[in-house]
Design a protein around this ligand. Structure first.
Ligand code: HEM
Length: 500
């Protein structure tokens, strides 16, 4: 036996010994947390095997075991949290700001932008980005929401009275158009040109990351490097980073010439997020091109698929609940009267209170981001509990939103749950579609305004009708999606004053 081989054997033994010792240490510290029985070595792998049932199964298990359940996969421990009080302890803690390991799948695309960065960088970036979501700035995006929503309803025209269709592809191009214009100040015309290389690469990256998340073997970097997806990822990233970098450079040059403003069609001055990033400084130093690129790409990812999923499930829910749809349209009629083609203003969007509770109920049942992962990087004590280093904390929004003690008959679609009088005694962490605490969604107000604009524009043009026997097959991809599409059908809305 060669010396090298012996050395390798010793290293492997030390590694395995350390690993086993750590597994037992974690197990011992967490011994009082309930856990369903499982095979010793592989652990609870079977719970995660079938994407069709993983979410209902984890929800049911966590509820049965009192809201927090311990699981392990080959000795790697996770705590599954389906209880608002425990979720608050995790999400509001300033000691638990590290995202869990699966967020690294985004690193090649998004680098360490706001979503994926560790606490130190995150704190500084969050501070400079928070003002970019001030309502005065959001107000400037209403024109973008309206003009893109108008293109969307035009695109849907072909489907009037012509049977069922999957609305998801239309919605995803719409939200991509919106976020491109808002984040970079450029119109990529995704709705009119879905063959654009940039648009295709964004969609390709989302699919590649999804496949990585659900294939156990691709978790390991060096195995992934040999897969065909790795090559496809490299191609997509070349297009994506190339595009963002060229927009940044062009904008930098323009700003030098035209003094930091961007004129929209009405001649009003508007600033894209990119302009604000080009203005920003951390500790007195402007952001580098690479830092700006990471933040813009983060907005591109976080800002389009999440919103697309919520809008598509909203259209589906409205199609299935005709009384809710009638009420939602009545609210629109009160605001717009016979002038149904008019664009909504910021104030009108704020006043769409019923539409708001409809969207909330959609996000309760179909939370686009269905879980939030954190990782302890040292032993941490929270509220008297010791959580050992290396534990994966999984806060399952999908499960919290289905706690029957909080949301009676949880699978029923009922926006009235969110009427102010029904909210009074509810724990603030029992509804967390945008997460909560310091690492909550920075874009939630933007998203609400965007979703309201899209739904308001659509409701005023069309009656959204159900498709017989269609039920979305919920898929826990990177974002919550439906494996069999989001099928609806459309009829032109005829406004009849007497019926309102
Ligand atoms: C319905 C739409 C949306 C939903 C449901 C949603 C949900 C979320 C959730 C749950 C998180 C926390 C993720 C985690 O802890 O892993 C998050 C983070 C984030 N979201 Fe959203 N989001 C939406 C739309 C948007 C939009 C439109 C933007 C940008 C314009 C955006 C930008 C971000 C960013 C940058 C983060 C990282 C925040 C941080 O770590 O400080 N999101 N989002």
């Amino acid at each position: 036996m060669s010396v090298v081989f012996l050395l390798l054997l010793v290293i492997i033994k030390i590694f395995i010994f350390k690993y086993i010792r750590e597994v037992f240490r974690v197990k011992n510290i967490l011994k009082n947390v309930p856990s369903p029985s499982c095979p010793k070595i592989i652990g609870h792998v079977s719970y995660f095997k079938d994407p069709k049932i993983v979410l209902p199964l984890l929800t049911k298990t966590a509820h049965e075991y009192g809201g927090v359940v311990k699981m392990h996969i080959f000795g790697k421990h996770l705590l599954l949290i389906c209880d608002p009080e425990k979720a608050e302890l995790v999400l509001s803690s300033n000691k638990l700001l590290n995202k869990s390991w699966e967020y690294k799948f985004f690193h090649r695309w998004l680098g360490t932008g706001l979503l994926t960065s560790g606490p130190e960088k995150w704190k500084k970036t969050r501070k400079i980005l928070t003002p970019t979501f001030h309502f005065q700035i959001l107000e400037q995006y209403i024109n973008v929401f309206n003009s893109q929503s108008n293109i969307f309803v035009q695109k849907l025209k072909n489907h009037i009275d012509s049977g069922s269709f999957d609305v998801y592809p239309y919605v995803t191009l719409l939200t991509l158009d919106v976020i491109c214009e808002a984040a970079m100040g450029v119109n990529v015309h995704a709705q009119n040109n879905q063959n654009s290389k940039y648009v295709q690469s964004v969609q390709k990256m989302s699919r590649i990351i999804k496949r990585r998340v659900i294939s156990l073997h691709k978790f390991i970097d060096w195995i992934y490097y040999f897969s065909s997806d790795f090559k496809k990822e490299a191609e997509a990233l070349k297009v994506l980073h190339g595009y963002t970098n060229s927009v940044i450079s062009k904008r930098k040059e323009e700003l030098l010439r035209e003094n930091f403003v961007n004129e929209n069609k009405e001649g009003k001055q508007r600033m894209a997020f990119l302009d604000l990033l080009l203005h920003a400084k951390i500790d007195g130093v402007p952001l580098s091109n690479e830092e700006i690129r990471q933040e813009v790409d983060t907005f591109m990812f976080e800002g389009h698929d999440t919103t697309a999923s919520a809008v598509a499930f909203s259209l589906y829910s409205l199609s299935q609940n005709s009384l809710v749809q009638t009420k939602a349209f009545e609210e629109q009629y009160k605001l717009f009267g016979d002038d149904q083609q008019r664009c909504a203003t910021y104030n009108e969007l704020q006043n769409m209170k019923y539409l708001e509770i409809v969207i909330k109920e959609v996000l309760r049942l179909y939370p686009s981001v269905f879980y939030f992962g954190r990782e302890t990087i040292e032993d941490i004590e929270i509220d008297g509990f010791l959580i050992p280093k290396g534990v994966h904390l999984v806060t399952l929004a999908y499960g919290i939103h289905r706690k029957p003690e909080i949301f009676f008959d949880p699978e029923k679609f009922d926006p009235n749950r969110f009427l102010p009088e029904n909210n009074i005694n509810r724990h603030p962490y029992s509804f967390v579609p945008f997460s909560a605490g310091p690492r909550n969604c920075i874009g939630q107000k933007f998203a609400m305004l965007e979703m309201k604009t899209i739904l308001s524009t659509t409701l005023r043009r069309y009656e959204i009708l159900p498709v017989e026997n269609f039920k979305p097959a919920i898929a826990p991809d990177v974002i919550l999606k439906s494996r069999n599409g989001v099928m609806i059908s459309l009829r032109k809305r005829l406004v009849n004053n007497n019926s309102l």
